[in-house]
Design a protein around this ligand. Structure first.
Ligand code: GDP
Ligand code: ZN
Length: 347
């Protein structure tokens, strides 16, 4: 039984497609970069219109594993693409590799179509963990750990800020009798939701079909089953998985960087290193509402142009929440993420 949207204003599917968010996220990014150290180089210093013959599998300090003609090769990365102790490369980057018998070298990298990133430790710069991605699969578990819509919303913002189309994978569906409350709302918002189980294999065929022929990135907090999904999608894989008790322990911090895996059936997946809480890069508090499509459609009717939708009188967004046209859960996510962005912006 579909709920909220009494006035029948579902957000259309194409609103989740990347594109129009691009300009916004760039604006937010430049705001963040305003606080960054001055010696940071501009993207144009690194990216250029080279002829790419390889794709980055996994950067490794000043070296990188790349795929050239179906073969994986460890290369040196040209100094021009190195910033400090590591290269600027991310899995999925399209690069030009000079293949030599002794030492092959990555000599150039093409501008990125899109990316997923977060603030690096220290927060003043961006850490890109996947580039040129077709789909961001936001993995959430229905139990162990419990379904957390607030986290899904945070990952949805991150995907849109990077210009990547998100889908939701509701994993560990074997642990419950029915989908958690609130998930239907994401379908109403036009998002595709795949319910899966790595243990019973339920839903894996649909997920395989959806990911076939694409480069996807699996995101989601530790313990939701990302590594298990890669292993379940392709039985030839045996990525390390974590026992629940381990993964929920505070301070679990894997130093492994993200990596592009090529699975059977033309599925390419970039897995992301252990994330406890995803920081958002390139999103300013003022533009946050653009990443909540159902909120932003009401914003133009607010009394104040710079309405934050938190306390102002005649706020059309809050009126829509009260009228049940925007769910309380999504609105609360907006407010919570806004607070965390304001916190992050403090010196
Ligand atoms: P990651 O941190 O997101 O990569 O999560 P892991 O793949 O390491 O999985 C965390 C734990 O959840 C492991 O103990 C898995 O065995 C378990 N797990 C993963 N997928 C499922 C599932 O579909 N059903 C059940 N019951 N357990 C799962
Ligand atoms: Zn408002």
């Amino acid at each position: 039984m579909p709920k909220p949207f009494k006035k029948n204003k579902p957000v259309r599917k194409r609103d989740w497609q990347p594109g129009d968010m691009d300009t916004l996220s760039r604006e937010g990014r430049s705001k963040r970069e305003g606080n960054a150290p001055r010696d940071l180089r501009e993207p144009e210093d690194y990216f250029s219109d080279v002829d790419a013959n390889a794709i980055v599998v996994s950067p490794y300090g000043v070296l990188a594993f790349v795929e050239v003609d179906g073969e994986e090769l460890l290369c040196k990365v040209d100094d021009a693409l190195v910033d400090g102790k590591s290269s600027v490369l991310a899995p999925g980057d399209a690069v030009c590799v000079e293949v030599n018998d002794d030492e092959s070298v990555v000599t150039g990298v093409r501008p990125r179509r899109n990316k997923l990133s977060r603030p690096a430790i220290g927060k003043d710069r961006e850490q890109v963990f996947a580039a040129n991605i077709d789909t961001a699969v936001i993995v959430a578990s229905v139990a162990r750990p419990a379904f957390n819509p607030g986290l899904v919303d945070r990952y949805l913002v991150a995907a849109q800020a990077g210009g990547v189309e998100p889908v939701i994978c509701l994993n560990k569906i074997d642990l419950v009798d029915s989908e958690p409350e609130g998930i239907e709302h994401y379908r109403e918002l036009g998002l595709r939701v795949y319910a899966t189980s790595c243990t019973s294999t339920l839903g894996l065929d649909e997920l395989r079909a959806a990911l076939s022929g694409k480069i996807s990135v699996l995101t989601g907090n530790s313990g939701v089953g990302k590594s298990s999904l890669v292993n379940a999608l392709d039985p030839d894989f045996d990525l390390d998985t974590q026992e629940i008790s381990e993964s929920t322990k505070k301070g679990r911090h894997t130093t492994t960087s993200s990596r592009l895996h090529t699975l059977h059936g033309g599925i390419r997946i970039i897995d992301t290193p252990g994330i406890r809480q995803l920081g958002l890069w390139g999103v300013s508090p003022a533009e946050l509402n653009y990443f909540f499509p159902e909120l932003s459609q009401y914003a133009p009717q607010c009394k104040f142009r710079d309405c934050t939708h938190t306390h102002e009188p005649k706020c059309a967004v809050r009126e829509a929440v009260e009228a049940g046209e925007i769910t309380k859960a999504r609105y609360d996510s907006y407010v919570r993420i806004r607070v965390s962005l304001l916190e992050d912006a403090k010196p």
